[in-house]
Design a protein around this ligand. Structure first.
Ligand SMILES: C[S@@+](CC[C@H](N)C(=O)[O-])C[C@H]1O[C@@H](n2cnc3c(N)ncnc32)[C@H](O)[C@@H]1O
Length: 366
């Protein structure tokens, strides 16, 4: 089996729990309803398309139900409204798979135009005041880069690392990255436009859960190490740390108090999402299916990144694929007992909605 096959099956397994998707769709629809109340013209004027952007779209599977609802909302108010959708991810994302997913569901819909942009969302991606609605689902916890190397024993720095001096550098870089992200979106949004974001979050009460996640992540890193060692490239392990950071509420909402941002915080909430694979495992007790679903959901956001890092560090593309298929298809199965033992039964998320203020002088901000 090749890593390409692993990637193409991700959609079936990493699809969010139905309930979780419903929560997020409800937030998106609420943002649209408020926009409509503020300014129906955005939905009634056919001279320019209503522009929706998905930031960090991956394979698009989780965006499909959200986009269906957005289309329905818009077309119920104006059946001739042109809709423009832009899918964003990093250049190493599998855009071919992404467009296949979107075309399957939306290829035949009239007056709907779908584009892609392979560039980091920490850059300005659109001209000023071009976008009506941004969606960012489980992507903003990725930082632009590793702020400073730390002892690499799990995917993201957890509590013990964050309390160290290097942890403080991570916290300040994550803070800066968040500000850059929000400033760019604020420039790109039309006045009255919305950004709806959700991602895993961190909070003091969820320490125990994060410790469990930490234990699973650290087991995974041991397998990554052995997959690299099999190809005698173990020394690349430190380069494989993911630039992931879980922000807490204060870190997420702080910037909205800054008037130069031009974005007003409309809502913020945190909630636990039941982990769908564990729920299924509790019913079936089928450990093989449980672990293979986890393997695919780990592979989805990480495999292309790891492959790009290996190639960047001089590894051939054939060897990189070999290491990664060994990791996700063979070694991952050995983690079965750990995953069962540490029962990841829910994941804490935040969801926030920001509004581009009408009176914003954002475009003058340097
Ligand atoms: C966990 S996946 C989530 C995918 C999808 N939004 C969903 O809800 O299923 C995170 C995605 O964010 C992308 N990503 C990470 N950093 C990014 C950046 N700086 N710019 C654009 N996309 C990024 C990753 O490549 C990955 O595809």
């Amino acid at each position: 089996m090749t890593s390409v096959q692993m990637r193409s099956t991700y959609g079936e397994t990493a699809c969010r729990a139905k309930r979780a998707t419903e929560i997020f769709v409800a937030d998106v629809i609420k943002a649209l309803e408020e926009m409509y109340l503020d300014d129906p013209g955005k939905f009634l004027d056919n001279s320019r398309p209503f522009h929706v952007v998905d930031l960090g779209a991956a394979d698009g599977v989780n965006f499909v139900p959200i986009l269906k609802e957005i289309i329905q909302f818009c077309r119920e108010r104006n059946e001739n409204l042109p809709l423009k959708v832009t899918l964003n991810d990093t250049p190493w994302n599998d855009f071919s798979l992404l467009f296949q997913t979107l075309n399957k569901s939306f290829g035949k819909i009239k007056n709907l135009f779908i584009y892609g942009i392979g560039k980091s969302f920490y850059e300005q991606l659109f001209a000023n005041e071009d976008v009506d609605l941004f969606i960012a689902a489980t992507s903003v916890h990725w930082l632009p880069d590793i702020p400073v190397p730390v002892d690499f024993n799990c995917h993201a720095p957890y509590k013990n690392v964050l309390e160290s001096d290097k942890g403080k550098i991570w916290i300040s870089s994550a803070n800066q990255a968040w500000e850059t992200f929000l400033l760019n979106r604020s420039k790109e949004l039309r006045r009255g436009g919305r950004i709806v974001i959700w991602s895993p979050s961190y909070s003091e009460e969820s320490d125990i859960r994060f410790n469990r996640h930490h234990l699973v992540d650290s087991s995974f890193i041991k397998k990554l190490k052995s997959a690299l060692a099999a190809e005698k490239i173990e020394e690349l392990l430190p380069k494989m740390m993911l630039p992931i950071f879980y922000r807490n509420e204060a870190q997420l909402v702080g910037h909205f108090k800054d008037s130069k941002l031009g974005l007003k915080l409309q809502s913020y909430k945190e909630f636990e999402i039941p982990e769908p694979f564990f729920e299924e495992y509790k019913k079936t007790h089928n450990a093989e299916i449980y672990i293979s679903k986890w393997a695919k959901s780990y592979a989805s956001p990480t495999m292309n990144y790891y492959k790009a890092k290996l190639i960047e560090n001089g590894v051939s593309s054939v060897t990189a694929e070999k290491v990664l298929s060994d990791l996700y298809e063979n070694r991952f199965l050995e983690l079965k007992e750990d995953f069962i033992k540490w029962e990841i039964s829910s994941i804490r998320h935040f969801s926030l909605t920001g509004k581009k203020e009408y009176e914003s002088n954002m475009n003058g901000y340097k």
